[in-house]
Unconditional design. Structure first.
Length: 184
């Protein structure tokens, strides 16, 4: 589920509410229904994330309800829906086990929801590297994340060293004067 939260930029509640019928691994598409602001959307996912989800679906060994199609995609070992508190506690344990932490003077330690912001920032960095027009892509990112408008997405766009470096490179290419042809 952690891979899904980062790899698709989902909210934790969206991932927890996914049903088996919402996860189309063949077409690499997730259906997100009636989420924040009562919005629904389709989320395309990459091949490696789809493969990880397929492994999970194949390996889970727990009792399933009669209507498997409508059952939750992520469940506990007993087949019950995963509570948000359990997911958050698991994330804290994972974070502590791997030593991922902010300085103790910071207001809070990395949170599960930070994976969503990391997804958004990494998407921007990738678009900078691909040389695409960010002004045309930001509304697409907002839609993908399920925001009403781009300003809702901007909250997630923390300036990181990597993002600043890519933005600086793009500005340098833009501001650099065109070199005159030496043959003239």
């Amino acid at each position: 589920m952690i891979l899904l939260l980062y790899g698709a930029g989902l909210r934790a509640g969206e991932a927890l509410r996914l049903r088996s019928c919402d996860v189309n691994l063949q077409d690499r598409m997730l259906s997100i229904w009636n989420t924040k602001f009562f919005k629904s959307r389709l989320i395309p996912i990459g091949a490696s994330l789809a493969a990880a989800l397929a492994r999970y679906a194949q390996e889970r060994k727990h009792p399933r309800p009669r209507d498997v199609h409508l059952s939750r995609f992520f469940t506990t070992r007993t087949g019950m829906a995963v509570p948000l508190g359990r997911l958050e506690a698991g994330f804290v344990r994972l974070r502590e086990r791997t030593g991922i932490q902010r300085p103790h003077t910071d207001r809070w330690q990395p949170r599960l929801h930070d994976l969503r912001a990391t997804f958004a920032v990494h998407r921007l960095v990738a678009w900078y590297r691909e040389g695409v027009d960010l002004q045309t892509r930001l509304p697409l990112l907002a839609t993908y994340l399920g925001h009403i408008n781009v300003s809702g997405t901007q909250v997630y766009l923390t300036m990181t060293h990597e993002l600043l470096a890519e933005a600086s490179r793009r500005f340098e290419r833009y501001a650099r004067p065109v070199e005159e042809d030496a043959d003239v």
